[in-house]
Design a binder for this molecule. Structure first.
Ligand code: HEC
Length: 211
């Protein structure tokens, strides 16, 4: 029994079609199976389409190139961002922007709620200090300005055990907390911790006036 006889017997999937004569390579022969019509038409269509595409992109410009699309979308993105920024201005936190919260009852009240949920366990309910320092005295480890407090609250002091709140509380909420802390300044609560840090330079600070 020759090799090819053996193969044609065992391989039942081989179609019953004539072998093209002349196509035999090392005994391997092929059948004449035409491509399906839809495939041939896709193939022809892609050949017809390619010069249209090349001319459209490079010669006549009626088809957008990748760069065209990208810059169009980028322009749109800039517009969307500008519109968003106009509708929701980014809170730029300054000494003055925080000062606008200080002394405003509504913000002090919101700050008090935030304080009792997030801060009281370390700074005590009356803000006299526990693990964290007394927030009612005039002494500050990290500075007495609104922006100093804002920075400590935002970034925390991890090695001392002060949590960073920047990712948890909004800039507005952090400003309200400062309004609350300012409101309890000088309250000298019972059992308050001894002062830590340096005395506030109140005279040079507009925001400390009237506290
Ligand atoms: C896990 C305990 C802990 C929590 C919770 C905590 N703090 Fe503190 N906080 C500390 C410690 C400890 C320090 C002192 C850091 C140092 O010594 O540098 C501190 C420092 C501060 C300071 C700076 C005080 C200074 O003298 O300069 C401010 C302001 C402050 N905390 C506000 C807050 C506010 C507002 C919250 C709630 C949103 C809060 N802390 C929550 C532990 C905590």
């Amino acid at each position: 029994m020759t090799m090819s006889e053996n193969e044609s017997k065992t391989n039942s999937t081989v179609p019953d079609e004539p072998i093209i004569s002349g196509h035999s390579y090392d005994g391997i022969e092929e059948y004449d199976n035409p491509m399906p019509g839809w495939w041939v038409w896709l193939f022809i269509a892609s050949i017809v389409w390619s010069p249209i595409y090349i001319l459209g992109v490079h010669q006549f410009g009626f088809i957008n190139s990748y760069e065209d699309d990208l810059s169009e979308q980028q322009t749109e993105l800039v517009e969307i961002r500008a519109a968003f920024e106009a509708a929701n201005p980014t809170a730029t936190v300054t000494e003055e922007s925080i000062a606008a919260y200080v002394g405003v009852q509504e913000h002090i009240d919101s700050g008090a709620v935030l304080y009792s949920t997030n801060c009281a366990m370390c700074h005590a309910n009356n803000a006299g200090g526990l693990i964290g320092p007394n927030l009612t005295d005039e002494y500050w480890i990290h500075g007495s300005k609104n922006t100093d407090m804002f920075t400590v609250i935002t970034e925390g002091v991890l090695e001392k055990g002060m949590t960073p709140w920047g990712a948890i509380l909004s800039a507005e909420q952090r400003s309200q907390l400062i309004a609350f802390i300012r409101s309890v300044q000088g309250s000298n609560p019972e059992g308050a911790k001894a002062p830590e840090g340096d005395m506030a330079v109140a005279a040079t600070e507009a925001t400390s006036e009237g506290l």
